[in-house]
Write a protein that binds this ligand. Structure first.
Ligand code: PLP
Length: 391
C-alpha cells in the first residue's frame, strides 16, 4: 500500500528516524575495553527515567514480561503471598505469571474499566496482622482497558496500614510517557519495556529495584538464572553484561533517552495528556464512550473505545488495517470485540493523532457505526487549537 503506515497500537510505537539511524551499527565486541563508556551512562540515565537516585536499574534482553519475572523471581520465594488487583488482561497475565512462579496470589477483582483501588489494598493489608503479604502488585497503566491507577495513592495505602510489603509496579505502558516517580512513591520494583514510551523495538525488559528489594533478594528462593540480578550487579558494576547484549538496542536506548531528556520528562507527560485529551474529545463527539468508567481512570497513553451493540470492534480494526493502512489495537479477553484501542504514546504529535482519528472514523463508517464524518477530527482539532496545556 502506498504512503506511510499509521501505527496506532499501544506498543510497539513509532520509532523516530533518529533512533532508527542510531541502531544501524556494526557489531562490536561487547567485552571491548571502551564498552563501559557506552553502558555506564545508559544505566545512569535509565535511573533518571525511573526518577530514582537510590534504586538500581537493570537491562535485560527481554520484554516487559521478562521484567515481570525478573522482579518477582529475584525478591520472593515460592509460597510467598502477594496481593494483586485484576482489572484487565495485563494485570491478569502478571498474576498468572506470579502463580506459575509458585507464589500464592491473593487477587482483588476490580471491575474492568476501573483500576487499583488503594482503599481495597489498605483493607487487605490492615487485616494482615502477621505480615504474610510480601508484595503488592500494581499495573500503573492497564493497556487493555485504557485505565491508569494512582501509584502514589497505593504507596499511601501501604504506609497507612504500616505494612512492610514491597511495592511492585508494572510501568510497561506508562514509564517514559506518564508521570512516574520511583523514589517519591517508594516503589520497590518497577518494570518497563522498550517498545512503548522508549520508542524502540521490543527486546529490552527494563527493571528498577530499590535497596529494600535488593536486600530481599538475599533470602528470596524463587529459581532464577537468566534473570538473576546478582549476575547483572556484578557485571554492570564495571560496565558490562553477564551475557551478550543487543548492541543495536543499547545504542537505540541511548538515543531514545537523549531525546526524552531533550523534551523533558514533565513535558512528555504533558504532551501525552494533551494528545490523549484530543482523542477523548473525538470519542465524545462520535457519541461513543471509552472503557474507563470515570474520568479519573482515563489513560493518557491508550484509549479503549467501546463500539455500539451489534458491532464487532474487530471489524473496525481489520477495515482500518486493510483499507487505510492504519493499525488500531484489538480488544483483549473480556473486552474482545467490544472495543478498539487507539494507542497515543511515544513519538507522536497532533497531526499524527488527527490522521489516526480520521482513519478510525472512516473504518467505523464502513462497518456501519453511525457517526458524523469529521466530527471526531473536528473536536480534536478544536481541542488542539484552544487547549493551553501544550507547552
Ligand atoms: N504490561 C503491560 C501493561 C503491557 O501493556 C504489556 C504489553 O503490552 C506487558 C506488560 C507485556 O509486555 P511485553 O509484551 O513487552 O512482554
Amino acid at each position: 500500500m502506498p504512503g506511510r503506515h499509521f501505527l496506532f497500537v499501544p506498543g510497539p510505537t513509532n520509532i523516530p528516524d533518529r533512533i532508527i539511524r542510531s541502531m544501524a551499527v556494526p557489531s562490536e565486541d561487547h567485552r571491548n575495553p571502551t564498552f563501559p563508556d557506552l553502558v555506564l551512562p545508559i544505566l545512569e540515565n535509565l535511573k533518571k527515567v525511573f526518577r530514582t537516585t537510590k534504586g538500581q536499574a537493570f537491562i535485560f534482553p527481554s520484554t516487559g514480561t521478562g521484567g515481570w519475572e525478573a522482579a518477582l523471581a529475584n525478591t520472593l520465594s515460592p509460597g510467598d503471598k502477594v496481593l494483586a488487583s485484576r482489572y484487565g488482561q495485563f494485570s491478569h497475565l502478571w498474576i498468572d505469571l506470579a502463580k506459575r512462579l509458585g507464589l500464592d496470589v491473593e487477587v482483588i477483582e476490580e471491575e474492568w474499566g476501573t483500576g487499583t483501588h488503594p482503599e481495597h489494598i489498605n483493607a487487605k493489608l490492615e487485616a494482615d496482622k502477621q505480615h504474610k503479604i510480601k508484595a503488592v502488585l500494581v499495573v500503573q497503566n492497564e493497556t487493555a482497558t485504557g485505565v491508569t491507577s494512582d501509584v502514589g495513592a497505593v504507596r499511601k495505602a501501604i504506609d497507612a496500614a504500616k505494612h512492610p510489603a514491597l511495592l511492585f509496579v508494572d510501568g510497561v505502558s506508562s514509564i517514559g510517557s506518564l508521570d512516574f516517580r520511583f523514589d517519591e512513591w517508594n516503589v520497590d520494583l518497577a518494570v518497563a519495556g522498550s517498545q512503548k514510551g522508549f520508542m524502540l523495538p521490543a527486546g529490552l525488559g527494563l527493571v528498577c529495584a530499590s535497596q529494600k528489594a535488593l536486600e530481599a533478594r538475599k533470602s528470596a528462593k524463587c529459581a532464577r538464572a537468566f534473570f538473576d540480578f546478582e549476575d547483572h550487579i556484578k557485571a554492570n558494576a564495571t560496565g558490562y553484561f553477564p551475557y551478550t547484549p543487543s548492541l543495536p538496542l543499547l545504542y537505540g536506548l541511548k538515543e531514545a533517552m537523549t531525546m526524552m531528556f531533550e523534551e523533558g520528562l514533565d513535558n512528555i507527560s504533558q504532551r501525552h495528556h494533551f494528545l490523549a485529551s484530543g482523542v477523548r474529545a473525538a470519542v465524545e463527539a462520535w457519541g461513543l464512550k471509552v472503557c474507563a468508567k470515570e474520568a479519573k481512570w482515563n489513560s493518557d497513553t491508550v484509549s479503549a473505545i467501546l463500539v455500539p451493540e451489534g458491532i464487532n470492534g474487530a471489524d473496525v480494526i481489520s477495515t482500518a488495517y486493510k483499507k487505510y493502512n492504519l493499525a488500531l489495537g484489538a480488544g483483549l479477553s473480556q473486552v474482545a470485540g467490544k472495543v478498539f484501542r487507539i494507542g497515543h504514546l511515544g513519538d507522536l504529535n497532533e497531526l499524527m493523532v488527527l490522521g489516526a482519528l480520521a482513519g478510525a472514523e472512516m473504518a467505523m463508517l464502513d462497518v456501519g457505526i453511525k457517526i458524523e464524518p469529521g466530527s471526531g477530527v473536528g473536536a480534536a482539532q478544536r481541542h488542539f487549537r484552544t487547549s493551553n496545556s501544550k507547552k
